[in-house]
Design a protein around this ligand. Structure first.
Ligand code: FES
Length: 87
């Protein structure tokens, strides 16, 4: 079963799910849920290829190449390891 590893905590998930609840259980804070506020910004350490392509909202947000907005990660197809820092 694929895993999300966030700040060295991990959780298993079903493939092709929307991972919002899993990210939240691992400690990611969400606010707008629409790719506007940046509260949920994560740095992807491994597995970027397992996440859906960046959404239009993420393309407009000032993100580094290895960063994503967790609220815009709608499908995961395999292991993802990421880092999250509270703002
Ligand atoms: S919760 Fe606001 S950008 Fe993700």
């Amino acid at each position: 079963m694929p895993k999300i590893i966030l700040n060295e905590k991990e959780i298993d998930f079903e493939e092709d799910i929307n991972p919002y609840l899993e990210f939240e259980k691992l400690g990611v804070d969400f606010s707008c849920h629409n790719g506007v506020c940046g509260t949920c910004k994560i740095k992807v350490l491994k597995g970027m290829e397992n996440i859906n392509p960046k959404t239009e909202m993420e393309e407009e947000f000032p993100l580094d190449e290895d960063e994503r907005l967790a609220c815009q990660c709608h499908k995961l197809k395999g292991n993802v390891e990421a880092k999250y820092e509270e703002w």
